[in-house]
Design a protein around this ligand. Structure first.
Ligand code: ADP
Length: 488
């Protein structure tokens, strides 16, 4: 029997197509499973709608809902090693990275539990002697959560934890390539005592299962992380249904080396910012801007650091970069690099799969740096989602800001400088939801995250993270004992 999926609190075989989870390091099969069918979507949403309305759950006090999340957090930490290994097999990220991701998922559950039990309503200043008002937060209902393959446990938890904490039910559709982590997460929630029906996990094709899920009339919010074109499509559906969205989309983030930067710190941060996770991160710092007078020195050191990065089997200690998710994705990364060559770009390092015969069975690609491209070329503008960095020069601050902001995206930006006045001046001018100064790709669950422009709508994380899955109800309490209305 194939791996079961989780529908309305029951483990059973999906009724859709067969999907296969493969280990990107050697293409071996992790698991085969039957995806969800349209009937499974119906069953999951029906169960979710009943479960969040169930008085047993709806009347639980916030600190009682939070208990489930605290238990999930503990379970994750107890199984850190097993879960990291599963995540590495699911998407090929090195174990050092997946350990951090799994631990971050535990942290998210704990933070959202704390946010849930400390979420205050509002007692606004009174505007009348006749009445007083207060506002409370209530759940929205059934949430459709749709996640990508690059950081499954972290992005799944980023949606599931605040949504459940807010008293909602969640139907989670993980990416086709990485169904296993989401199913494992469901197992942990079940062990932690989450009532049946509040969480379902429906692996399946986005355009079929994801689409049917978000269109379902009982779904009251779409929380999505993935590509900008899919996000736009989902925003149209949400607009038709008049429901809310949280959309965490693509990026082409600038990372900037100023004249006063500590070059060693900068080049290591730049390499980490683009090449960790093989560049398969929406926040990857994929456009590098260096002041023209410092360009040669910074590039020389960056090339040295990059040539020292170890591409290899993700289960081997000391490996920096594992395989890309699959060969189709590697082909798309490689096509961008070919195009850069045709457009006059010079590939300074990488630009191909490694020639190590031990890596021939996996979808590996070398860290790649390209220079000499016009800033308006496709390779400088589009999200490649791979280990490809384009290096560009700037003359002065005005030139830098113009070039850095000349993008449809606005997810993140990095600034390397020892001059904090300059850093803040730049940070305030850059159109991006997150700015890292002398650091990159670091996250705190307490800090809101989301994109400017076409990089997204809404914010995840932070205390607002839970409010994004709730709606306020305002209550007016009359205080005047005399009959109201017109005097007669
Ligand atoms: P990526 O390029 O990262 O795979 P996608 O936006 O294609 O980005 O996919 C992210 C998630 O969105 C996946 O779970 C995918 O199955 C889902 N998805 C893709 N197309 C649709 C769609 N039309 N409706 C709903 N979900 C979709």
């Amino acid at each position: 029997m194939s791996h079961p999926i989780y529908i309305g609190g029951h483990w059973r075989e999906g009724r859709g197509d067969v999907i296969v989870s493969r280990f990107p390091a050697d293409d071996s099969i992790n698991a085969e499973l039957r995806a969800a069918s349209l009937e499974d979507v119906e069953d999951a949403v029906t169960a979710a709608d009943a479960a969040w309305r169930d008085p047993g759950w709806a009347q639980r006090l916030p600190h009682q809902r939070a208990e489930v999340l605290y238990r999930v957090s503990d379970l994750i930490m107890q199984q850190l090693d097993t879960l990291s290994r599963l995540q590495t097999r699911d998407n090929g990220k090195p174990l050092s990275e997946t350990r951090a991701l799994v631990a971050s998922a535990a942290g998210t559950a704990r933070y959202m539990a704390a946010a849930c039990e400390t979420l205050e309503g509002e007692l606004p200043t009174r505007r009348s002697a006749e009445f007083m008002t207060f506002s409370e937060y209530e759940p929205l209902g059934v949430i459709a959560a749709i996640t990508p393959w690059n950081s499954p446990i972290a992005s799944d938890m980023q949606k599931v934890a605040p949504a459940l904490a807010g008293g909602n039910a969640v139907v989670l559709k993980p990416a086709e390539a990485t169904p296993l982590m989401a199913l494992k997460l469901a197992e942990l929630f079940e062990q932690a005592g989450l009532p049946k029906g509040l969480l379902s996990v429906l692996p399946g094709r986005g355009s079929v299962i994801g689409d049917a899920l978000v269109r379902h009339p009982k779904v009251r919010k779409i929380s999505f992380t993935g590509g900008t074109s899919t996000g736009r499509h989902l925003a149209h559906i949400a607009a038709d249904k008049l429901i809310g969205t949280s959309l965490e989309l693509g990026g082409k983030s600038p990372t900037i080396v100023c004249k006063s930067a500590d070059v060693e710190q900068a080049v290591r941060g730049i390499a980490y910012g683009i090449f960790s996770s093989g560049g398969q991160a929406c926040i990857a710092g994929s456009r590098l801007f260096i002041h023209e007078r410092q360009y040669n020195a910074v590039m020389a050191r960056l090339l040295e650091v990059t040539s020292g990065l170890r591409v290899g089997h993700p289960e081997t200690d000391g490996v920096h970069i594992g395989p890309l998710i699959n060969t189709a994705h590697r082909d798309s990364v490689s096509a961008y690099v070919d195009q850069a060559r045709q457009e006059g770009g010079k590939v300074l390092i990488g630009g191909q799969a490694p020639d190590d015969p031990d890596l021939a069975g996996g979808s590996y690609y070398l860290p790649t740096i390209i220079e000499g491209l016009p800033a308006n070329s496709q390779v400088c503008r589009e999200e490649i989602f791979g280990p490809v960095l384009v290096a560009l020069k700037y003359k002065d601050e005005a030139d830098l800001i113009r070039q850095a902001n000349d993008s449809v995206y606005g997810l993140a930006a990095g600034i390397w400088t020892q001059d904090y006045r300059q850093a803040l001046t730049l940070a305030r001018q850059l159109e991006a939801g997150t700015i890292w100064i002398n650091t990159y790709k670091k996250f705190a669950i307490s800090t809101p995250f989301g994109g400017f422009k076409e990089s997204g709508l809404g914010r995840e994380k932070g205390r607002q993270g839970i409010q994004a899955y709730m709606q306020q109800k305002s209550i007016y309490l009359g205080l005047d004992s005399t009959p109201m209305g017109w005097s007669q």
